[in-house]
Design a protein around this ligand. Sequence first.
Ligand SMILES: [Zn+2]
Length: 156
Amino acid sequence: MSKHDCYSCAAPNSMHPFKGRSFNVNFKQMNRMVHSLNGYECAECAEIEFDAPSAERYARAGDELIEDAKQVMADEMKRIRRKLHFTQKSAVQLLSGGGHNAFSRYERAEVEPPKPLFVLMRLLDRHPELVRELQAINECTDINALLVQKQQQRHE
Ligand SMILES: [Zn+2]
């Protein structure tokens, strides 16, 4: 391994070899480390260039992370829904709206849950006592009271 010019910033002889370093792959906020990677790093701009086997391992680790992350999210959606004693149908009615089979699709990792829904599920996992608020929230008594105010303002 010898020095060569940087493909990114074109600094001459700036690519220095490295061996056995660890790099992070990430997907959304999920990440994992890939170890023992070899390649070159630019002394000027910090551009990284892996050698061919390391580039392949790094790319594969990224693909595996995405696949695993999608499955973990799907499994979490199912685990939390069951813990809260919701059917897929009642979960749609109380939490997500949308198509009647939305939760089924999330739980089969067919589509990723929207971030606000995934955050809400994880909050309810930590605070399942909040489930009892859902009925009231869905009845919209508070929102309807605000609507009455709006109507009154409109006719003032
Ligand atoms: Zn560079």
